[in-house]
Design a protein around this ligand. Structure first.
Ligand code: GLU
Length: 227
């Protein structure tokens, strides 16, 4: 179980995410990755097995576009080897417009994966995590309500998890939930943060709220709802 960071606000998101992941390094990890929704509305993801510095160098060589919303992850592999493909974020749905990060273990993933395979969904990784990305994307495509899709799928998951999601079609919001795994919100002025612990955002804000078990967090730059 490693590190999670999320950000919405006016600052350069890639810098905030990589800075947060750097401060969570003490938790240990084998891979790292980020997704942002660029100012032109495009979901962009970069992920690499190995040390955070490998991801940082990759992004320095080929920068992501300017963005003001995103999520970042460090992985400690439990299902699937530490490879680039198994690193988080994982993309969901046919259109691959949803990006999800997860710390923990989804204990009923095999059952959920069987259901998705049956429905013709193809998988890009061997992780337990990817099922959640596809389920939420499919539910959102069916209903158009991302918060409800997220809530509905989180209810179906068993195990221990912190999960963060962004979707290209809802480019102003990060959704989050936790069960038996840590998640805190950092409140800023015109910007808000999520982290596995306050170390993820402590240099930006000291105002933090712990998220309760099974609460749904809807994080925007100027508002945080906990439902
Ligand atoms: N179970 C997930 C995986 O193996 C998440 C592991 C973690 O907590 O980093 O990818």
């Amino acid at each position: 179980m490693c590190g999670i960071v999320g950000y919405v606000g006016p600052k350069s998101t890639v810098e905030i995410l990589l800075g947060g992941l750097k401060r969570l390094e003490y938790r240990g990890y084998d891979s790292a990755g980020v997704s942002v929704i660029s100012d032109s509305g495009q979901l962009e993801t970069r992920k690499r097995a190995g040390k955070l510095s490998i991801l940082v160098e990759d992004i320095e060589k080929s920068p992501l576009h300017e963005a003001h919303i995103g999520i970042g992850h460090t992985r400690w592999a439990t299902h699937g080897a530490p490879t680039d493909g198994n690193a988080h974020p994982h993309l969901g749905g046919e259109s691959q417009k949803l990006s999800l990060i997860h710390n923990g273990i989804i204990e009923n993933f095999a059952e959920l994966k069987a259901e998705l395979l049956e429905a013709g969904v193809s998988f890009a990784s061997e992780t337990d995590t990817e099922v959640a990305a596809h389920l939420i994307a499919i539910e959102f495509d069916a209903t158009g309500d991302l918060v409800e899709a997220f809530r509905k799928v989180v209810r179906r998951l068993h195990g221990a998890f912190t999960i963060l999601v962004v979707h290209q079609d809802q480019p102003d919001v990060v959704l989050a939930a936790r069960r038996n795994a840590p998640l805190v919100i950092g409140l800023g002025d015109g910007e808000n943060f999520l982290g596995s612990d306050v170390a993820a955002f402590v240099e930006h804000t000291k105002r933090a709220i712990a998220v309760g078990q099974d609460e749904i967090v809807v994080l925007r730059k100027d508002a945080v709802a906990i439902e």
